[in-house]
Design a protein around this ligand. Sequence first.
Ligand SMILES: *Cc1c(COP(=O)(O)O)cnc(C)c1O
Length: 369
Amino acid sequence: MTGFRPTVLSVSKQAIQHNVEQVRMLYRQHHQPNVKIFAVVKANGYGHGLLEVAEAALAAQVDYLAVATFDEALSIREKFEKIPILVLGASPVHAVPVAVEKEITLTVPSLKWLEAALIHQMPLKVHLKIDTGMNRIGLKTIDELEEVQALLQHSKWYVEGVFTHFSRADEKDRTWTDQQVERFEAFLQRLTKRPEIVHVSNSAATLLYPEYGYDAVRLGISLYGLSPSPEIAELLPVSLQKVGMLETEIVAMKRLGADEPLSYGGKYLSKEGEWIATLPIGYADGLKRGLTGQEVLVDGKRAPIVGTICMDQCLVLVPETVKVGTKVTLIGHQGQTEVTADEWAEKMQTINYEICTSLSQRVHRILVE
Ligand SMILES: *Cc1c(COP(=O)(O)O)cnc(C)c1O
């Protein structure tokens, strides 16, 4: 893609470095300086750009990259040769030979999958997924684990890791998370050999429960400087820096008379003398139609999006005329004023994860130092 469009997401390499360093510091304080850090870069690096984030995470010296799909792993491997990559989800069985060739670590999501995949007798590296309460993927019973171990014992596969995933670590009440760990421990007891990398924590658990660090932590949302939930935002023991800034530039400026209808459906009627700026960003970029009324930053001040958001453009009400070409910040700060992905999430009644992963491919990602 060329870079002519002013609508860009700038991705701060330094902020990623800072967030990784904050977690390292936390684990040093808790006397676990050797905890490995997995940077979770699935879903196009949580919308921040897969290769851009991978590059920044590598510069921050994370130990492993984690993705959701085998295709994401291949995209990273094309550009980065050395870094270990784990596919967290279930990969197609026919991906196994490619995984061996490209040195990509796969997850064993179920006994059934393993039975099918073991037709490939090759030195594949895997992590066993244990289901301790998500009821999504993973071995659910100790019996399943025993069968998996028996099958693997006579194979060429190498079990490097074992892990589980928390479903409620982003809540204040830790009861369920503690129960998940208890269940996970029962599985660990039954392993004939403890693998090199035992890991359970997503961002929320990484930050709230360092006692569950085991050998590695998996940083997703916190790598990008965002809180796993509004509920625990105040409890985080580190200060994170936001990584993504969504910006564009005004492409047109006009003054309207009274009662002029704006955009599709004419849902906003202007008042006499109102100044309206046109921005080259719309719902096809991830600025969902439900974000009408959301404020953006122009010249350090908040200005609301008015009228229906179009596919590629939207309109903003500004207090006075502003030069075409003026920078507009949709997510990020101008001086002391800030608009966050959390603010969008609240308006859209969703979570910041969905906001950042919804920024589409069309938005140019620029990795800045
Ligand atoms: C996405 C994902 C993570 C990262 O979760 P965050 O809450 O974003 O830190 C960790 N582990 C697994 C298995 C995941 O799917």
